[in-house]
Write a protein that binds this ligand. Structure first.
Ligand code: ADP
Ligand code: MG
Length: 414
């Protein structure tokens, strides 16, 4: 009995269909549900084609159905996976034959294992994703002949064994190739998103900073004259009140302009020195004490170990102030600022028990002008993240609509 190489090549080509179509069609518009449905349908069609053009050996159909089935579960989620599974049962039932029952049993066992693999998969690095997929697809493909053997089929001749081994090998190879293609495509998409984001920030930053600079000078003279006016003694009480409001609003405008100005400046030009984070954090917290009181929020501070980094004091304080200010604005009752030092790293945690953020909000975090507040500028976080980046730090945010938000910043210690 000869192996049907042409059929084998056809199987390999069929499995590429969903991947190629997906790479062309998929975009980053973020319509996750729509994309999952599309992916499920593509995988189901591929699986159907794969089974239709199977290599039939002694009544057993050998094909690459496991690959689109696996890809549907991994990249499309449970619904897409179940859709492909149901389609498989229907298609396989239509073809019938002695291999039908073993293939149903094999599929059911694989479905149980896929749930375990699926959860693990997305936490892995690309290399391990490929290993895991190759192992899974090879084992689930090898299961078919093993089950057929248990059903009393004689598969022990040399050629049959060779054919089955080749079939398992091809499926493993296809899994490797598919995961590699999809993962590298995803990586490129992420990179593109990041570049677009950075470009947007740069343009906004430069433009805003130049405008802000021009506005600052006339504002300084307005402020000076208003201050002079407050000293006049023939003012009525309401007039004094109006002047005070004008001065307050001018101060607020000045703060906003400071935010804009720090966008355009290259932070790396600033002078760096050895900084004690405990001191910087305490200064920032005390400068916000009246603000916290206004919101009726308690700001607690704790430190473990010695936290010393290289940086610019004004920048670090700006980072603390922006983050703690946001936390105070969101918090219900408490804000906790903690600093921990371990293994050459300093961790800063800023937690609040406030309203939290949804996945969509988290995605937009740090974009210029993104604010959910009535009087917000949507610049504080953008500046903060820029500062962290320029100081070589990393940041991560976890947020829960019920429990609040935690910003976790890591710097390397000196
Ligand atoms: P602003 O404070 O002026 O709105 P920011 O850049 O500081 O601008 O913050 C952007 C947005 O991020 C906020 O409007 C808010 O929706 C969200 N945000 C930031 N920090 C928190 C937090 N601790 N809890 C909930 N939402 C937050
Ligand atoms: Mg803010």
């Amino acid at each position: 009995m000869q192996f049907q190489y042409d059929q084998l090549l056809l199987q390999m080509l069929i499995v590429q269909i969903p991947i190629i179509l997906y790479l062309v069609i998929s975009n980053d518009r973020g319509d996750k549900a729509g994309e999952n449905v599309l992916w499920g349908i593509l995988c189901a069609i591929t699986m159907g084609l794969s089974v239709s053009f199977s290599i039939i050996l002694d009544g057993i159909r050998l094909d690459s159905r496991m690959v689109p089935w696996y890809l549907a579960f991994i990249y499309g989620g449970n619904y897409a996976g179940i859709l492909v599974t149901v389609c498989f049962f229907i298609v396989r039932l239509l073809y019938g034959g002695i291999g039908m029952v073993p293939s149903f049993i094999g599929m059911l066992i694989s479905v149980v294992f896929i749930f375990w693999t699926k959860n693990k998969f997305h936490t892995l690095i690309v290399k391990k994703k490929i290993y895991l997929s190759v192992l899974f697809v090879s084992f689930s493909s090898a299961m078919l002949p093993i089950i057929a053997l248990l059903f009393g089929k004689d598969l022990t001749t040399m050629t049959t064994l060779l054919n089955y081994s080749l079939f398992v090998l091809v499926n493993g190879l296809l899994a490797w190739f598919s995961i590699y293609l999809i993962e590298s495509h995803r990586e490129k998409m992420l990179l593109r998103k990041e570049i677009q984001r950075n470009e947007k920030m740069q343009v906004v930053g430069e433009l805003a900073a130049s405008v802000a600079h021009e506005i600052r000078n006339p504002m300084t003279s307005i402020k000076g004259f208003l201050q002079l006016l407050t000293k006049a003694d023939n003012l009525s009480a309401p007039q004094k009140e109006y002047l005070n409001i004008s001065l307050e609003e001018l101060n607020r405008a000045n703060e906003i302009i400071s935010d804009y100005l720090s966008l355009g400046k290259s932070q790396s030009r600033k002078k760096h020195s050895v900084l004690d984070l405990e001191l910087e954090a305490k200064k920032s917290i005390s400068s916000l004490s009246s603000y916290a009181m206004l919101f009726n929020v308690d700001v607690a501070f704790e430190i473990q170990g010695r936290a010393v980094i290289m940086g610019n004091s004004a920048q670090i304080q700006q980072m603390f102030v922006n983050l703690i200010k946001n936390a105070i604005e969101a918090a219900a009752k408490n804000v906790q600022v903690s600093i921990r030092q371990n293994e050459k790293e300093v961790h800063i945690l800023i937690c609040d028990d406030g309203e939290g953020m949804s996945a969509d909000q988290l995605d937009k975090l740090g974009l210029p002008f993104y604010s959910t507040k009535e009087k917000g500028t949507g610049l504080g976080l953008m500046v903060t993240l820029q500062i962290i980046k320029e100081l070589g730090g990393k940041w991560r945010v976890t947020s829960d609509k019920k429990r609040g938000t935690m910003f976790h910043i890591t710097f390397s210690e000196i």
